[in-house]
Design a protein around this ligand. Structure first.
Ligand code: GTP
Ligand code: MG
Length: 440
């Protein structure tokens, strides 16, 4: 390729020229093609319901979609918060909707009121999508998207302020999902209290920096209605699948001894506003925001965590190969460092053990020497005692021999007594004096 061609290709793109057509070509049917393709493909929409047990989540879902989803009541004794997704195939006209309702079962009931399982669930859906995107052979076209498009946060109608659990949970979720706060069971709070409660909730959300979903005002067709509805947040809703006769019409309502609360009456509650905003006007925007804002943020953080980075603008284009090589080098050097650290630790440990063993050996030797000395001393004392005993024994033997000798002499003298009686009488005193002298 000639140098001039190269320069031409590498130069900035030229401004496109505007041409007028001589007749009908047909690309004005592109939007119709898009609609037709989307209708064939069908849509998916995933709603996460967060609110304490028995706040009216299932009833509201049934009321919103005008059907009965099979749900089981949650017990108040769940061990921890558990996410229960259930998917339904719905059809309206010729449009198919795969609707997934995810219930945060046990939320607000536990002593350990941890919102972690909800965050983990949302992240897990993003991760599944990211894994699909990173595959070499990916099939995003028919991928069953489970990413949460909206979180309906059910606020208990206390009339006071938001619970700290609500604030903490919404704060943790606001960067991951579009939050629409709703005041549940709004028929249990009076009109004036509800007005004050709404103002208080919005004030608290703003002062705690909680970002809730704002209905978009950039599309002219819906800007006005969305702007008005943003001012009505949080919606105060009533749910009921019970039909009550009002006038000559059957309407969904809750009947009380003092009157009837009509679900679809805008003077009674904001149910219609919620349905309009969630389903009829902004369902696509919620899906889009989930992809372009929340998923994008998750993807960026995840890739950065893995070491991938965009280049510095024009000079350094992003290269997967270079990033992979850099990450590999970093990993290998980290491995080497850890190996060296462990080797050093092992050597130190061996040295320490050697020193300990030497110290023990020295102590044992000292003990042995001491015992040896004690033993020698004992032996010496025993020897001395033995010598003394031997001396005493020989002295005793000598005395015994002397006594025996004297006794035999005395016997001998007694046997000669008749012959020398007088003489003996005189000497008798003399013997006794000899006894007393010779016997020691
Ligand atoms: P779990 O799934 O068990 O956590 O409950 P839930 O949040 O799905 O509540 P559910 O829809 O089962 O409703 C619980 C009770 O609240 C039922 O008796 C409903 O009739 C009642 N309920 C639901 N919505 C409303 C409401 O808007 N107002 C009043 N007053 N009661 C409601
Ligand atoms: Mg339920």
């Amino acid at each position: 390729m000639a140098a001039t061609d190269l320069e031409r290709f590498s130069n900035a793109e030229p401004e496109p020229r505007s041409l007028s057509l001589g007749g009908h070509v047909g690309f004005d049917s592109l939007p119709d093609q898009l609609v037709s393709k989307s209708v064939t493909q069908g849509f998916s929409f995933n709603i996460l319901c967060v609110g304490e047990t028995g706040i009216g989540k299932s009833t509201l879902m049934n009321t919103l979609f005008n059907t009965t989803f099979e749900t089981e009541e949650a017990s108040h004794h769940e061990e921890c918060v558990r996410l229960r997704p259930q998917t339904y195939d719905l059809q309206e006209s010729n449009v198919h909707l795969k609707l997934t309702i995810v219930d945060a079962v046990g939320f607000g009931d536990q002593i350990n009121k941890d919102e972690r399982p909800i965050v983990d669930y949302i992240d897990a859906q993003f991760e599944n999508y990211l894994q699909e995107e990173l595959k070499i052979r990916r099939s995003l076209f028919d991928y069953q998207d489970t990413r949460v498009h909206v979180c309906l946060y059910f606020i208990t109608p206390t009339g006071h302020s938001l619970k700290s659990l609500d604030l903490v949970t919404m704060k943790k979720l606001d960067s991951k999902v579009n939050i629409i706060p709703i005041i549940a069971k709004a028929d249990t709070i009076s009109k004036s209290e509800l007005h004050k409660f709404k103002i208080k909730i919005m004030g608290e959300l703003v002062s705690n920096g909680v970002q809730i979903y704002q209905f978009p005002t950039d599309d002219e067709a819906v800007a006005e209605i969305n702007a008005v509805m943003n001012a009505h947040l949080p919606f105060a809703v009533v749910g009921s699948t019970e039909e009550v006769k009002v006038g000559n019409k059957l309407v969904r309502a809750r009947q009380y001894p003092w009157g009837v609360v009509q679900v679809e009456n805008e003077n009674h509650c904001d149910f219609v506003k919620l349905r309009e905003m969630l389903i009829r006007v902004n369902m696509e925007d919620l899906r889009e925001q989930t992809h372009s804002r929340h998923y994008e943020l998750y993807r960026r953080c995840k890739l950065e965590e893995m070491g991938f980075q965009d280049g510095d603008g024009d000079s350094q284009p992003f290269s997967l190969q270079e990033t992979y090589e850099a990450k590999r080098k970093e990993f290998l050097s980290e491995l080497q460092r850890k190996e060296e650290e462990m080797r050093q630790m092992f050597v130190n440990k061996v040295k320490e053990t050697e020193l300990e063993l030497k110290e023990k050996e020295r102590e044992l030797h000292e003990k042995f020497e001491h015992l040896k000395r004690v033993h020698q001393e004992e032996k010496r004392k025993v020897e001395e005692k033995r010598r003394e005993l031997e001396e005493e024994t020989s002295a005793f033997n000598r005395r015994r021999a002397a006594v025996e000798a004297l006794q035999s002499q005395a016997l001998h003298a007694t046997s000669q007594q008749p012959l020398r009686k007088d003489k003996d009488k005189k000497k008798a005193s003399g013997w006794s004096s000899i006894y007393s002298v010779t016997i020691p």
